[in-house]
Design a protein around this ligand. Sequence first.
Ligand code: HEM
Length: 450
Amino acid sequence: MIGATLSRWTLSYFASAVAFLLAAEALMVLGFGYPGSALRSPETLVLVHCVAIGWLSLLMCGALFQFVPVLVAKPIHSNTLPLPALLLILTGLGALIAGFLQLAGYLPPNASVFMAASVLLGAGFLLVLWNLGRTLAAAWPLNLPARFVTIGLASVAATVTFGVLFTLGFAGEAQGPFLLELRARGLPLHFIAGLGGWLTFTAIGVSHRLLAMFMLSPELEGASTRWTFYLGTLALAIVVIGGVVAIAVGGRLDVVLLGAGLVGLACLALYARDVVQLYRKRVRPVIELNSRMAGVALGQLAAAALLTSAAAALGVVDRFGGALVFLVAFGWLSGLGLAKLYKIIAFVTWLECYGPVLGKTPTPRVQDLVVEPRARRWFWLYFAAVDAATLCLALEATLIFRVAAAAMLLATAAIALEFIRTRRLSNVKAALRLPTGTRLPRLLFTFVAS
Ligand code: HEM
């Protein structure tokens, strides 16, 4: 990654994302949204989109602006566009939340708020797609990790399209018979494309490169990785295209989703095989905290896949759906996100601050920017709290759930503090901190030579 252009606004994405995660956890401690109110209630919609757009999507966008150029060894199409995209997504999410709060009766009704949310969120994600799409197009033909990202971007396009449709529906638009049917039955397509395609499939693609890079393992491009890609793409195509067709012709959506689920399970099984290979074949004997905690997050994904399969076989997916989505969002996606942020922030800060003077003066190693023993206990508390919270949701223990959410909030706040310390070089010995020719990095953006 040495020599890669640093993404100017990635840290602003990361900071906004972590702020939304902390806000969502605080809402859960206060009993706002599920399980305090119904799964389909407006309060739950606020919570879901603070997590899905505010935390996970902004985290993914920020990471892709930095890593797509590394994946394809080409510079980002524009290092400026990410800022207006961020501002559009943040104001759009603000409008969407205000719209949901209207539905809940906390704010006076005003349909134009939903209209604004559709336009702003649509425009923001379109700018993200344009910038990353142009960067990938310039590197055609694409290597395997980049192809995973491409399908992930197609999935967020589908997710946002459904989302805009639902939002326009709340604004009193999108009233045609097919659109009404899509609004009535399309919700599973929306969140499977979002959680499964955009967030999970992209993470699978990027993790092949990141795990190999940070553990010094040989990168996998063999048959199992190729088939992970083909099967995952097929499962997502069945959900989005098969789902829309089934709704259009009045067909059985449950059959389509079952088919996609079985193909998706085969995809995850091959991915699990690859992950075991990556950990086994690593050159770096001692696994760093970020890779160890990524391993825990991968374990959460495996548990979620097995529990979902068991729930489907027993016909109780509806009953445990909330707990299963929670485990995917907070155990797998958020766990992996926090673990990788711990390394990425240190790496980007080291590159930005010491890159220009490498070999000219003594500089710290990347590892000197973090204190793993201090962070490790907060990561364990985080995962233990998530699993306890998941169990509480399955057992409908609402009050204990809030206690578990409080432990998640405490752990996340402590991990966020670690990120700030790393960025401020607080863990680096004074003698090595700012040698001549270096300067203290800014918290929210990266100095990049234009
Ligand atoms: C990664 C991105 C996203 C994910 C994972 C996601 C996930 C979800 C989930 C799980 C629900 C159902 C919540 C419940 O039943 O309580 C939902 C509903 C909804 N989403 Fe999203 N969403 C995403 C992006 C968006 C975007 C960008 C928009 C708007 C442009 C949006 C608008 C909506 C609306 C309006 C509903 C309510 C639909 C209804 O109840 O009829 N979502 N979303």
